[in-house]
Design a protein around this ligand. Sequence first.
Ligand code: GTP
Ligand code: MG
Length: 195
Amino acid sequence: MINYNLVKFTMSAGTAEQLPNNDRPEIAFVGRSNVGKSSLMNKLFGRKDLVKVSSKPGKTTTINFFAIGGMDFVDLPGYGYARVNATEKQRWDNLMDGYFEGERNIKLVVALVDIRHDASPLDAQMIGYLESLGHPYAIAFTKADKLSHSRGVAQARLLREQLCVDESVRSVLVSSLKGTGIDDLKKVIEERLNF
Ligand SMILES: Nc1nc2c(ncn2[C@@H]2O[C@H](COP(=O)(O)OP(=O)(O)OP(=O)(O)O)[C@@H](O)[C@H]2O)c(=O)[nH]1
Ligand SMILES: [Mg+2]
């Protein structure tokens, strides 16, 4: 079992060069800007604001590492935030490629997708990128509190089709607001870590 109470912020990286060499097992969180990555991590950790959340998209601009025992949980900056300039986009691309293509021990990538909207081309691109690199991933459909349970389940099925997600890939519906699905996500993470 993972003791989420032990969580500690360790460091932020703003460039690929600042990324720590890491052979510790990592669980990474990716998704569009504003999809709810930081909120979901806080919920997993049982902490209100260890990970910074904002109503303004584009809040997380660095890769942030949180240690729990011998492993790391990694908050990645959101993609698809329109109001950034070309220099900032380039920095973001280099940072993400540096992370995903570096020598690391990525055990699971949790790819977050907003349950309310159709899949964006950027979501499809991210899933394709993870598949091309062979990183194991699961999908967390976020903001499930915004839909009824049955609509949420139907929308999750549709989104899996739109994103061409293989049947073997696990997905969970989560709400950081209500706490829905958090235990399911913890199970998916622990199964990957063989606890
Ligand atoms: N209704 C609802 N709102 C949520 C939920 N999770 C997050 N939000 C809201 O969505 C907004 C963005 O949340 P963040 O957790 O900062 O999203 P993020 O993906 O980390 O965003 P970036 O750091 O910009 O990439 C905030 O206003 C949150 O309060 C949820 O489960 N339900
Ligand atoms: Mg964030």
